[in-house]
Design a protein around this ligand. Structure first.
Ligand SMILES: O=C(O)c1ccc[n+]([C@@H]2O[C@H](COP(=O)([O-])O)[C@@H](O)[C@H]2O)c1
Ligand SMILES: Cc1cc2nc[nH]c2cc1C
Length: 333
């Protein structure tokens, strides 16, 4: 496995307990701030500090293409991945607006977009030009999955060196709900039909086709559910691997990491299967409209902070959620 896993230690439960005791000294019935208190306790356990700060935050968006897009599983064509990367780089996407509002730097990382894409504002870290079509062959080799994990690790290390105190990970990849649904079905043993949703907005007929495509891929690839790296390589995606690496690195460097959306949660599940101690470092931002998200959250015993019907995937939670997270530790009352 990637060497970063050896650097991961469990969160500091004693620091969490100290914060719980402190919260109980404040002028309110013990525990009456519910989830906000749980968040404050978790942030202390992550950082080891009684009053940690989550600002400034960093947003990192990983982008890559998926060979399975050729099966007609998305409402959008593959070219949209590269178009959106250009949009992120030009500051015109939703995540740019939200990031500006919370004072976050944004890094866009090309970990495997099909087109060449050399433009200012995009970190070029292509492991390959999109994955292969998982119905026909393994999406990628295990070595490529490891290289993509490494792209995520180094992006987090850059953000930490630049002073980030919390990490918001987003993604862009046409057809990546197909890849994540396939991974999730194998990792949890749930039926494909129960995890698959409309993604970017396909109709019920196209959704039935998407289920059939994923079932064919799962049968053809025969990934071992107990081997997360194999599941990632055979059925996953380059940006999903990079996000997995980002969560591993966040844990290794004791940075709170926000898991935002369905694809991100499947990457988080993969990271936790690779190293269970990662779980304590993850904060679940919001509940996506994608039906598989509930299944992934249940597998992680996670309760998201917000439920607003969002299903973008760029890191959109950050605008609404960062203020909640930050307020759990504001000491100006
Ligand atoms: O994060 C989510 O919950 C989410 C749910 C549905 C779609 N998306 C985004 O839409 C793209 C994948 O959708 P699709 O239909 O092409 O598989 C990809 O760019 C994701 O960022 C994201
Ligand atoms: C337009 C568009 C923007 C996105 N942002 C993240 N995933 C996306 C998918 C599409 C299709």
């Amino acid at each position: 496995m990637h060497a970063i896993v050896d650097q991961i230690q469990s969160v500091d439960l004693n620091a969490g307990e100290e914060t719980r005791r402190y919260l109980d000294t404040l002028t309110k019935p013990p525990g009456s701030l519910g989830g906000l208190e749980a968040l404050a306790i978790q942030l202390s356990a992550i950082t080891g500090e009684l009053k940690p700060s989550v600002t400034p935050p960093a947003v990192v968006v990983f982008a890559a293409d998926h060979g399975v897009a050729a099966e007609g599983v998305s409402a959008f064509p593959q070219e949209v991945t590269a178009q959106m990367v250009a949009n992120f780089a030009n500051g015109g996407a939703a995540i740019n607006v939200f990031a500006r509002q919370i004072g976050a730097q944004v890094e866009i990382v090309d970990v495997g977009v099909v087109s060449p894409l050399t433009m200012q504002g995009v970190t070029s870290a292509k492991v390959r030009h999109g994955t292969a079509n998982m119905v026909v062959e393994d999406a990628m080799q295990v070595e490529q999955a490891l290289a993509a994990i490494d792209v995520g690790v180094t992006a987090v290390e850059r953000a930490k060196s630049a002073g980030a105190k919390c990490l918001i990970v987003g993604e862009m990849g046409i057809a990546n709900t197909t890849a994540s649904s396939a991974m999730l079905a194998v990792l949890t043993g749930e039926s494909v039909a129960s995890v698959v949703g409309a993604g970017t907005g396909i109709n019920p007929q196209q959704q039935a086709h998407k289920v059939a495509v994923i079932e064919r891929a799962i049968n053809a690839r025969q990934a071992n559910p107990e081997a997360p790296l194999e599941v990632l390589a055979k059925l996953g995606g380059l940006e999903i691997a990079a996000m997995t690496g980002a969560y591993l690195a966040a844990a290794a460097h004791r940075l709170p990491a926000i898991v935002d959306g369905f694809i991100a949660t499947v990457a988080a599940l993969t990271a936790c299967r690779l190293c269970p101690a990662v779980r304590g470092y993850l904060i679940f931002g919001h509940r996506s409209q994608e039906p598989g998200h509930d299944i992934a959250l249940k597998a992680l015993e996670a309760k998201p902070l917000l439920d607003m019907g969002m299903r973008l995937g760029e890191g959109e939670w950050c605008r609404a959620g960062l203020s909640i997270t930050a307020s759990s530790h504001r000491d100006d009352a």
